[in-house]
Design a binder for this molecule. Sequence first.
Ligand code: BEZ
Length: 386
Amino acid sequence: MQHAILRGAAASALLCLAAGASAADKIKVGFMLPYSGTYAALGNAIENGFKLYVAEQGGKLGGREIEYFKVDDESNPAKASENANRLIKRDQVDVLVGTVHSGVAMALAKAAKDSNTTLIVPNAGADAITGPMCGPGIFRTSFTNWQPAYAMGPVAAARGHKTAITVTWKYAAGDEAVNGFQEGFEKAGGKVRKHLNVPFPNVEFQSLLTEIAASKPDMVFAFFAGGGAVKFVQDYHAAGLGKTIPLYGSGFLTDGTLKAQGDSAQGLLTTLHYADGLNTPRDNTFRAAYDKAYGMPPDVYAVQGYDAAQMMQAGLAAVKGDIGKKDDFRKAMRGATIDSPRGSFTLSAAGNPVQDIYLRKVNGLDNLVQEVAARKLADPARGCRL
Ligand code: BEZ
């Protein structure tokens, strides 16, 4: 038996050597993620999710061990190209996994394309990445900023809201989220009166809240995430606005943040591609394993990291670990069905998940699923030419 295993291992080593790589060589994965600042918890959850899936495969993907390289991108677009090139040129990673912030991700995607390095985006929703910047080596396991926000439009209109004000950080993710919401809301008969914003990552919301109170829209739609989402939801509640002007958002507003938000978040409705209480065998198994490994429940960011590793596994299994077969590796990833804890999904031609968007309601420490707000929602991928 042992001999048979050794013979198998030797054969696959020879196969890899024939392709110019040693089976003993590890596959290099470069995490470019925020490990400091308002999105630090998001970066850590992505890494945790990725490593959990790899651990579940015995520490290997496609039969090859994985070696990790890490850069803290600080969610700082000004340092993004330099940080990306540390992983690409200095560490010579095989696959880039990053990042959270849309502005940083666009620079990362450019560096990945320029160097023909495969990139899996495990969060940043910048529409352009799977729009005009799409390419054969660019993949995403998360969402476009348009997707969850657009899905909230008809939900809010169906609840009788006719006018809305949006509020966000002034950068690609915020702009695209509020535009997505406006598109869905106005198609369903609503009217967005005004877009309010503050620069990223400011959390001085008082003047915006005063303007909302004076303007009295039927509702507010917000995009914030991480530390900024905690502060916004707390401030909105403390200002007493929740009683008269209901607050909605894409689900980043309340995902991974509920412990800190406490009472201020109770009852909030958001839309996202993951939810608590899905109660499927796949999600239950994932949640138990994540909790066991890290002593906390997973959030959407952990799921996206986990699925980035699943996607790599699909590609590597197809080339039997020979990542030098770049075209076949990428083709297999693009054609994969990912057995995600969120529910299985496929990728669009542009490389973005085609997925269900859930309506969730905050109850205690959970974003409890209410219904599917949009089934198999595909981003329009405007400007993608492949
Ligand atoms: C973004 O910048 O794309 C983003 C950041 C946090 C949560 C969701 C989106």
